[in-house]
Design a protein around this ligand. Structure first.
Ligand SMILES: [Zn+2]
Ligand SMILES: [Zn+2]
Length: 302
């Protein structure tokens, strides 16, 4: 069965879940779909509310970060990376993870030919872009790759992108901030406490995204081996297992040791079991509602 996308007018098969042209969700959510509160870390939620309430940040973020940074990044990707084609193997993986996390829109995705092992997502809520490096695709198995994709899609679902971009630019130094000031968009200096708050929130947002990864792979050892691989390949923005708390204050990501510990804790929580029960219920309903052949009763998945 084909479904008309209300946004762009393209037709896509129902089971694609997301429009093949504009990547927006084409089927309605059910009460059994995953919501942000199923996986968000309490500290992430609390700090995000504070950030959203800051008039300085919301103005700076909307005007400067999205328009300037995202445009520049997309232009770079179009020239230096390969765009993932709809219904390719990797697109199918992304679609599947997006279905499990019930996101509203899939990101436009690029593969960057690079020896660095990295994945990142940026943009606005209604125009997210994800990039994965070729080295990452080479060293990860399918489950680990699903964990990475799930992590990135969780940032989209949680509406983390704009604040991430700002936090990352602050972590890198004043370069980007200076360019805002130069453009006359932001004439105030972002104070150290806000910078600290942004970075502290960023680290908690990573824990939320790791929890969402676990809802996809359902096995904490997958995330543990993934973290170990990332650590071995020295992802630049990340810290090592041995680094201490003091260092953490100036970083966008928590150390791997904490991330693994948090994932294990979530795995043993009631919240996790409830989310998984919801997902199972959702699968049951989806199977029951799938169009079946009137003659033989076989599920029509084609
Ligand atoms: Zn569409
Ligand atoms: Zn992340």
């Amino acid at each position: 069965m084909e479904v008309l996308c209300a946004h762009c007018g393209a037709y896509s098969k129902l089971e694609r879940i997301f429009c093949l042209r504009c990547r927006r969700r084409i089927i309605p959510l059910t009460p059994y779909d995953i919501v942000i509160s199923d996986f968000i870390h309490p500290q992430d939620q609390e700090n995000l509310e504070v950030l959203k309430g800051s008039p300085l940040l919301s103005f700076a973020v909307k005007q400067a970060v999205i328009n300037r940074h995202s445009k520049k990044m997309r232009r770079w990707l179009r020239h230096n990376a390969i765009r993932v084609k709809p219904l390719s193997k990797i697109d199918t993986l992304i679609r599947n993870c997006g279905e499990i996390l019930a996101i509203h829109m899939l990101p436009e995705t690029y593969i960057i030919p690079s020896k660095d092992v990295n994945a990142f997502t940026f943009g606005s809520d209604d125009n997210p872009t994800m990039a994965l490096t070729s080295a990452m695709l080479e060293i990860l198995n399918e489950q680990e790759l699903r964990a990475v994709i799930g992590h990135e899609l969780a940032h989209i679902k949680s509406k983390h992108l704009i604040y991430h971009t700002l936090a990352e630019s602050l972590a890198r130094g004043a370069g980007m901030l200076a360019s805002f000031i130069g453009s006359g968009i932001l004439t105030l200096t972002i104070e150290l406490p806000i910078r600290m708050l942004l970075l502290a929130w960023h680290r908690e947002s990573e824990i939320s995204a790791d929890r969402a990864s676990l809802l996809i792979v359902k096995d904490p050892t997958v995330i543990e081996t993934l973290m170990r691989k990332l650590m071995q390949h020295g992802r630049e923005s990340e810290s090592s297992l041995e680094e201490d708390e003091v260092d953490e204050y100036f970083k966008t990501h928590p150390n791997y040791g904490r991330r693994i510990k948090e994932v294990r804790e979530f795995y043993n929580s009631r919240k996790y079991r409830e989310a998984i029960a919801k997902l199972e219920k959702r699968m049951e309903i989806a199977t029951a509602l799938a169009p079946a052949c009137k003659f033989c009763g076989e599920q029509n998945t084609g």
